[in-house]
Design a protein around this ligand. Structure first.
Ligand code: ARG
Length: 465
């Protein structure tokens, strides 16, 4: 098969070179976007009179036929045609004959490939935003159930203060909210047309870039042809946003894994989201959150790869740029795999309230509250902190928790301790006392829930109550 660019050559390409330089094995994922871009381009060529209207229509009709064949998986791609662009053009030749050769008028593969990636990523990011909304919905719905459920809150992975389980889940809700906003904001830079930039300098044909942008529903066109074909910032930004998102998912996964351990026993993931061991019959392993945590690594890797590919590249197109695709596809597919699993796993997770409640009764995480209690009675907070520190030390030496101490024992440390200290020390009271905005009291959590509900309603994923 002769090359579409074969005129300048006297020898066939070495087969190893052909294999090494081809991208068709992976860029066929953009086949439909490539056809979409070509249809817009040829429509514009016809409208502007650059090629005759009837020929433009014939080419567009041919492309539509190939589109159907691609959708049905009937197109055979070949490595001799190197990439998706030339494979589609070859198909068109076979279908409609030499007139197919007019499609590439006023265009280069350099603006074509960039267009394909903008179109591909626009579609994929829209889907990712919707999948993120489902994760948020799952977090929200569990939070609604567990406003009053008490969980030990940790700092340094040491018991710190009891908190509402809903509060903990909502922390992830807000992280995902920021991720979603980042993807939404990035659309501004994804939804822009490089088509018509040509190889690097524009074209001698009187093309209409605004028209192709309009046909492809791009919000604007790149103002500079060199930038249009050299820019991969929008992919790097996507990979960076995906990395941040995966970091959040990984932290949540880590907590789910810890909480499901024998040592914590705070939650149990549904059987449908766990797997067993081939040797230890008793085991139920949290493989899904482990893999979510593990897959974070490849997404970071994809970001670093592309940043590194780009760092020394002179303008404009260089073949190195072909290395921009696999990491992008891999990241898209990693997110597409992860997000529905995460949503389903959260929605079906069983929360062991009694275990969480039992845990907060067996620690000193109510100590801050009696330091605050003494401070309200006029003792400087630093002094109160010392008194309570000594009280805790004493309680530990006696093998008791603070609630087990008698009034006589309390008063050895300060005469300001009165009977009401036993109320203040109750975990439920400790949680409820943190009423400040964004705090963990049920009222403050209710405010967060209202705000979250409002945002989910705006996104159309939660019905108005
Ligand atoms: N397969 C190429 C890529 O993915 C398409 C652009 C090729 N352009 C060129 N001048 N060789 O980057």
């Amino acid at each position: 098969m002769s090359k579409l660019w074969g005129g300048r050559f006297t020898k066939a390409t070495d087969h190893l070179v052909e294999e090494y330089t081809a991208s068709i094995t992976f860029d066929q994922k953009m086949a439909l976007h490539d056809i979409q871009g070509s249809i817009a381009h040829v429509t514009m060529l016809g409208e502007t009179g650059i090629i005759p209207q009837d020929e433009a229509k014939q080419i567009a009709a041919g492309l539509q036929q190939i589109e159907k064949k691609v959708q049905k998986g009937e197109v055979q791609f070949s490595i001799e045609d190197e990439d998706i662009h030339m494979n589609i053009e070859r198909q068109l030749h076979e279908l409609i004959g030499p007139v197919a050769g007019k499609l590439h008028t006023g265009r280069s593969r350099n603006d074509q490939v960039a267009t394909d990636m903008h179109l591909y990523l626009r579609d994929k990011v829209e889907g990712i935003i919707e999948a993120l909304q489902q994760v948020q919905l799952a977090l929200y719905e569990q939070a609604v159930e567990h406003k009053e459920t008490i969980l030990p809150g940790y700092t340094h992975l040491q018991r710190a203060q009891p908190i509402s389980f809903a509060h903990h889940l909502l922390a992830y809700y807000w992280m995902i909210q920021r991720d979603k906003e980042r993807f939404q904001e990035s659309m501004k830079r994804i939804n822009i047309s490089p088509l018509g930039a040509g190889a690097l300098a524009g074209t001698t044909f009187s093309i209409d870039r605004r028209r192709t942008a309009e046909l492809l529903q791009f919000a604007k066109v790149y103002p500079n042809s060199l930038d249009a074909v050299s820019d991969r910032d929008f992919i790097i930004e996507f990979l960076a946003n995906a990395s941040l998102l995966m970091m959040h998912i990984s932290r949540l996964s880590e907590e789910l894994i810890l909480w499901m351990s024998q040592e914590f026993q705070f939650i149990e993931l549904d059987d449908a989201y766990c797997t067993g061991s081939s040797i230890m019959p008793q085991k139920k392993n949290p493989d899904v959150p482990e893999l979510l945590r593990g897959k974070t690594g490849r997404v970071y890797g994809n970001l670093i790869s592309l940043l590194t590919v780009m760092k020394g590249l002179p303008l404009a197109y260089n073949k190195d740029l072909q290395e921009d695709k696999e990491g992008m596809f891999d990241t898209v597919e990693t997110l597409e795999g992860a997000l529905p699993l995460l949503a389903g796993m959260l929605a079906t997770m069983k929360v062991k309230k009694e275990k969480m409640q039992a845990a907060v009764c067996k620690d000193y995480s109510n100590a801050t509250d009696i330091a605050d209690y003494l401070a309200t009675k006029g003792i400087p907070f630093r002094e109160a902190h010392r008194i309570v520190g000594e009280t805790v030390l004493y309680a530990i030496s006696q093998g008791k928790y603070l609630l087990d101490l008698s009034m006589e024992e309390f008063q050895r440390f300060s005469p300001q301790f009165q009977e009401d200290v036993y109320v203040v020390l109750q975990p439920q009271h400790v949680m409820a006392a943190r009423r400040s905005e964004g705090g963990t009291s049920p009222e403050a959590v209710e405010q967060q829930l209202n705000l979250a509900a409002h945002l989910l309603q705006e996104d159309g994923v939660l019905k108005h109550q």
